[in-house]
Design a protein around this ligand. Structure first.
Ligand code: NAD
Length: 487
């Protein structure tokens, strides 16, 4: 079995305990992971705090930070193949996707390397003649970063990149499900030459490791990605240290198809939107809202595509859908499909776990027109699409917004004015028109409502890891007048 370690204060070490990581393709243990508990968390946060205020990082210029980030980007690119294989092995995400995604993760680090020396303060046109007033932008402090199992290298890069650009230090908690790629990333952080304590990488379980990290008194900000229920616990934890918090949560994203759309293109995007990554994608377009006139034709096209999808070993480049990351997740998807069918949903494709080792579940389509199916309200985080139909544009918009979530939406139409009306009317942080699941380091990413708060990606994300300090300098040599009058 492979063994992984935590990275704390520039050193690799075992955790207070350890646990086995399960290969989702076989259902068998393949690696031993370090389990960080309260004492490890405390050590990591203290190392980050010391690095921020007293270590060499405190005297590192923004330009030097940028150079270190460029070095990390190059190392990620050079080791993308190895990292991809680890992520595939530990989470079951197919190698086709992990290879492409991790090569692109290097570009996220590059983007933030370029931003490091472009975070500027400002001079204020203050309303007093004898005062000069500036705003300095300073790192917000020690950041707790908590990520879920899917795309751990990607979800951590959108936090680590801007936080380092801003000069922060951090403790990154990898998910207990599939932590291998993130623990391996620590080796590249070390090789890039970041001073000890700047980036610490640990893993462990939510109620022990995650909770101890998010309520630690030396944490200034929590950058959390995960489900809404865990987010509520993290927000409660933050009541202790009063840390600021950004939340990237789940979704139940609508995918709207009008009769005038290019149906082949829309069907391919819908397949990408719900079956890629075996549906374990926060932006999964899990509610198809299709114009009634083309519903049968479009759903038949989707069924045909879904049934042709190659299910297999995630390490095989020909595989299109691999296993779900955990047994717990597969069982949850199975149970939700069963309760939806019980509520009246009609099964169009998939719907039964194949008889093989590993946590596989097939691409599944449920027709939910006219019924209150649990599949319409609950995020599966699995390859399950619920179908609804509409007659008018107004009805399509009402159905799209009929959710507490608001992460993403897709609109497929050739009608430009209608596309504009919908992109304004849909309540979601991202609207894709005639495309789906496109991301970039340059474009902000984040949700409305239960999908979270704060944005990752783009320049603003780096500014979010800073706080302003207001500096007042009196320019008069005259003695200060009346001390009892505020001026
Ligand atoms: P989760 O909420 O169960 O776990 C996420 C992380 O939180 C894990 O590292 C876990 O150990 C930790 N955690 C659990 N309990 C904790 C606690 N009490 N205190 C602190 N940390 C704790 O999420 P998951 O099931 O691993 O991932 C799936 C969820 O993540 C889905 O809802 C998905 O939509 C969401 N997600 C969102 C985005 C986004 O950018 N919006 C991206 C990917 C995944």
């Amino acid at each position: 079995m492979r063994r992984f370690q935590c990275y704390i204060d520039g050193k690799f070490s075992d955790g207070e305990a350890c646990f086995e990581s399960i290969d989702p393709a076989s259902g068998r243990a393949w690696a031993e992971m370090p389990e960080a508990r309260e004492a490890d968390v405390d050590r990591a946060v203290k190392a980050a705090h010391e690095a921020l205020y007293n270590g060499p990082w405190a005297r590192t210029t923004a330009t030097q930070r940028g150079k270190l980030l460029y070095r990390l980007a190059d190392l990620v690119a050079a080791h993308a193949g190895k990292l991809a294989e680890l992520e595939t092995r530990d989470t079951g995400k197919i190698i086709r996707e992990t290879s492409a995604q991790i090569a692109y993760v290097a570009d996220y680090y590059r983007y933030y390397a370029g931003i490091a020396d472009k975070i500027e303060g400002s001079y204020l046109p203050i309303d007093k003649l004898d005062m000069d007033v500036w705003l300095r932008r300073e790192p917000i402090g020690v950041i707790a970063m908590v990520v879920p199992w899917n795309s751990q290298l990607f979800l951590s890069a959108v936090k680590i990149g801007p936080a380092l650009a801003a000069g922060c230090t951090m403790v990154v908690k990898a998910s207990e499900d599939g932590p291998a790629p993130l623990l391996e990333l620590a080796r590249l952080v070390d090789e890039a030459g970041f001073p000890p304590g700047v980036v610490n990488v640990i893993t462990g379980f939510g109620p022990s490791c995650g909770a101890a990290l998010s309520r630690h008194p030396k944490i200034a900000h929590i950058a959390f990605t995960g489900g809404p229920e865990t987010a509520r616990q993290v927000v409660r934890n933050s009541a202790e240290n009063l840390a600021s918090i950004s939340l990237e949560l789940g979704g139940k994203s609508p995918f709207i198809v009008f009769a005038d759309a290019d149906l082949e293109s829309a069907a391919n995007a819908q397949v990408a939107g719900i079956f890629a990554a075996t549906g374990q994608s926060c932006v999964a377009g899990s509610r198809l809202i299709v114009e009634e006139a083309i519903k049968d034709r479009f759903v038949a096209l989707l069924k045909q595509k879904a049934e042709k999808i190659r299910i297999g070993s995630p390490l095989d480049v020909a595989t299109e859908v691999g296993p779900l990351a955990t047994r717990r997740q597969r069982d949850r998807v199975e149970a939700l499909v069963a309760s939806s069918i019980e509520a009246g949903a009609r099964l169009i494709a998939g719907g039964a776990s194949p008889d093989r080792d590993g946590f596989y579940y097939p691409p599944t389509i449920l027709d939910c027109d006219g019924i209150a199916s649990p599949s319409l309200d609950n995020e599966f985080f699995g390859p399950v699409l619920s179908v609804l139909s509409f007659k008018t544009e107004e009805e399509a918009l009402t159905l799209a917004n009929d959710t507490g979530y608001g992460l993403a939406a897709g609109v497929f139409t050739q009608n430009l004015t209608r596309a504009h009306r919908l992109m304004k009317g849909i309540r979601a942080g991202i609207v894709w028109v005639n495309t789906y699941r496109a991301v970039s380091p340059i474009a902000p990413f984040g949700g409305f409502g239960l999908s979270g708060q704060g944005r990752e990606g783009g320049m603003a994300a780096a500014l979010d890891y800073t706080k302003t300090k207001t500096i007042w300098l009196r320019t008069s040599d005259d003695p200060i007048p009346d001390p009892f009058v505020m001026r």
